[in-house]
Design a protein around this ligand. Sequence first.
Ligand code: ATP
Ligand code: MG
Length: 327
Amino acid sequence: MTRILSAIKPTGQLTLGNYIGALRNFKNYQEGGDVLYFIADLHALTLPIEPETLRLNTRDIASFYLASGLDPKKSTLFLQSMVPAHAELNAILQNYLYMGELSRMTQFKDYSSRLKGKAIGLGIFAYPALMAADILLYDTDLVPVGEDQAQHVELTRDLVHQFNARYGEILHLPKTVVNKTGARIMSLSDPSKKMSKSDPKGDIFLKDDMDVIRKKIMSAKTDSGTEIIYNREEKPGIANLLTIYASLKNISIDDAVTHFKGYRYGEFKKEVADAVIDELEPLQKRYKEILESGEYLAVLQEGAERAKKMAEPLLAKVKEAVGLLNA
Ligand code: ATP
Ligand code: MG
């Protein structure tokens, strides 16, 4: 059976970008595959974060996982930090990634430019090593991610080739799946910039009140034209709203463009806002119930126990291969 793995890191409040690019698609894989979804809390420590914020964000993501339709009977849901094998494999694999390639990672360049003038922790630089460990630990076949994470999966693939060439067929080669539509949702106030939860600007948060969401969409930055066409370079604001609409309605961008032919920008935005609200209002209601019930905790603990067992054989194989003695 195809093994699928993905994660979100609790660095901030979940955005519509995380929802469309990742979370929304997660439940679709749990029917036909053997799926693991975790919360990358160790990765969240790679940028400065207050302990209480990290705890709150973690609880939120766990609750949103369940609210989005992930079923703990079908998916293994857990926290990265609850399965020590992630950190152990990271300690081994970091020796097979190199300073040159790590310094060329787009995410590292983005994050370190944000930290300009401040100290940059080793964890941000070494981020892809832990991510490689996350993926390789479970012999993962497919990693569904937004476009921004595809580069890290590529690096993981390079590492597999290199490691296996030296030690034999130990690591399983993963593949990325990036959705055609919605892989990169942009900021509503600056559509040249990705919507990001750790650097919010023009973000729609999954926890926003519905009237706030409507206001944000109605005031989204567009252009001085009047035509609703898809052109990422010349009309990035309109293109972004079309992407959001098409993703949520499960239609192609072309069909969305046809649907909005002859609309004015104001009417167009109103329908996009309706589509977002139709989707997020019930999601938010379920999220609140789950968060209040606290049921996510038992789910994460049980998931971690399962994940620990799944991770054991690969970790033992890698230790053996590199010459570490297994207990
Ligand atoms: P951070 O700012 O901490 O990097 P993020 O919003 O980029 O947060 P991640 O935790 O890095 O979120 O990524 C979680 C998932 O959401 C990944 O699969 C990532 O590719 C996807 N994702 C993140 N931002 C977007 C976006 N703007 N559009 C589509 N997918 C996105
Ligand atoms: Mg990110």
